[in-house]
Design a protein around this ligand. Structure first.
Ligand code: TYD
Ligand code: MG
Length: 451
């Protein structure tokens, strides 16, 4: 029998290569490719395939049964609660609060009658217990183990058959049948595969915790994303107390849904009205500050976008962005220059979303442009005004989805005016004064008296 070929895998995206290379052509990462032990090549038995059973698409299917934790921010991100026998990956930077979130979640599910296990491969049981005490959850009927041997864990799960098990984290798990170190892509992938197929076979819901590392030194959970039903990312800025749980993939619900939490001295607190919180630090109307009326998942959310524009001493002026896409900033600066004749050359630009929130919608374009212009011209946008709209490369303003929901949220929080694209479709009374613009040049001329 031919000797099995060695195989090389990218730890960032999971692409497979025959030879080692320093650069992954699939995802562009450098130094992310490692050698993997080949799959054990057993004797091949050629058998004839059997015919599989086909059913009709139109057959009636009841919605999957779900269990609610009572933590509304979490239940919503899951698509309305935890689906039985589902596999969920919770990824995030180390120290962001994944273990805290999942301990609170598991205690909440246990409080509602689910049989829950929490398996920690990173901390001793005593450490987890101490955290539970700090979170005031020491009385929760959750069973605990500190273990990394997956074979033992699977045997235990098979005997216990809980409703829900948390594996914290997938990078610490190891299978003795795989010849590489814990944390390697091969181990992470094999362990995740075993756990996910166990979940499906035995009807146990499994939550896998995965650390994301920028360097790709230990296997990122990217390779696991394809296997699970639901991928949630827990994100936030280190210096801020806000944490966002974001669904990036969900086979049982809408993706892009977010849940907002606040890290306190006693664990994560839910933030049911994030707009009010994100805007609470806002002072008097100041140049460079603009309120963007956004939509995150199914929920409208107002955030403050801040810009600072200052003369630069550098030959390549700074472009510093926090919470927004830096490519998007370059595009907006280019459109302002080319279509409206407003240059930013020789000026440092700093752009920031207040509160550590990340904004990914193109609908933020007009708010970003307004903040940049307001900072550059030192003219404040009228207070009590929200801004939204997408900017096209021609300088035209494009309408964006759910304009009414954005305006309703703005009205609810005491805003009285909105600046938006002319094409935005609205039915009935918006409840706020509307200032509509067909293109960026018109916006600049009317709001800043230039252009
Ligand atoms: P943790 O859940 O251990 O992060 P992860 O599992 O993602 O690595 O949380 C780590 C941080 O959270 C730690 O720096 C301390 C902070 N923290 C609080 O601020 N309040 C709390 O009640 C708890 C439990 C942790
Ligand atoms: Mg942890």
């Amino acid at each position: 029998m031919a000797r099995a070929q060695p195989q090389f895998t990218c730890t960032a995206c999971g692409a497979v290569y025959r030879k080692w290379t320093g650069h992954c052509d699939a995802c562009g990462a450098w130094n992310s490719i490692v050698e993997e032990a080949p799959l054990a090549a057993g004797p091949r038995v050629l058998r004839k395939g059997r015919s599989i059973e086909l059913t009709r698409l139109e057959a009636e299917e009841a919605p999957p049964p779900r269990a609610q934790s009572g933590l509304e921010e979490l239940d919503r991100v899951l698509g309305g609660g935890l689906v039985a026998a589902s596999a969920i990956l919770v990824g995030g930077d180390p120290g962001i609060g994944k273990s805290t979130l999942l301990l609170q979640a598991v205690a909440a599910f246990a409080g509602r009658g689910l049989d829950c296990l929490y398996i920690s491969g990173e901390e001793a049981a005593a450490q987890v217990r101490l955290r539970a005490q700090r979170l005031d959850l020491a009385q929760a009927p959750v069973r605990l183990a500190a273990e990394t041997n997956l074979r033992d864990i699977l045997a235990t799960l098979d005997a216990e058959r809980p409703d829900l098990v948390i594996i914290d984290s997938i990078q610490t798990m190891w299978l003795d049948s795989v010849e590489s170190a814990p944390g390697s892509v091969a181990q992470v992938r094999a362990s995740a595969h075993e756990l996910v197929s166990f979940a499906k076979r035995r009807g146990v819901s499994v939550v896998l915790v995965g650390h994301v590392t920028k360097e790709g030194q230990i296997a990122g959970p990217r390779v696991v994303e394809h296997m699970v039903d639901c991928v949630l990312y827990f994100e936030g800025e280190r210096g801020h107390q806000f944490r966002i749980l974001r669904a990036v993939k969900n086979r049982f619900g809408p993706a892009d849904e977010i849940g907002v939490f606040e890290m306190t001295g006693r664990g994560l607190a839910e933030v049911p009205n994030p707009s009010a919180l994100f805007l609470s630090e806002r002072g008097e109307a100041a140049a460079g500050s603009v309120v963007f009326a956004g939509i995150e998942g199914t929920r409208p959310m107002l955030t403050e976008i801040q810009a600072l524009v200052a003369p630069s001493t550098l030959s390549m002026p700074r472009r510093t962005v926090v919470g927004l896409d830096s490519g998007r900033l370059s595009t907006i600066l280019a459109v302002l220059e080319a279509r409206c004749g407003i240059p930013f050359a020789g000026l440092d630009v700093f752009l920031n979303v207040a509160g550590g929130m990340r904004v990914q919608e193109p609908a933020a374009d007009l708010a970003v442009a307004a903040a940049l212009l307001s900072a550059r011209e030192d003219v404040a946008i009228p207070p009590e005004t929200v801004v939204f709209g997408e900017i096209s490369l021609s300088g035209a303003l494009r309408p964006v989805a759910q304009a009414e929901n954005r305006l309703k949220e703005a009205q609810k929080l005491g805003f009285t005016a909105a600046m938006l694209p002319r094409g935005a479709k609205l039915e009935g009374d918006a409840g706020v004064v509307l200032r509509r613009f067909a293109d960026l040049t018109g916006f600049v001329g009317e709001v800043f008296g230039a252009g």
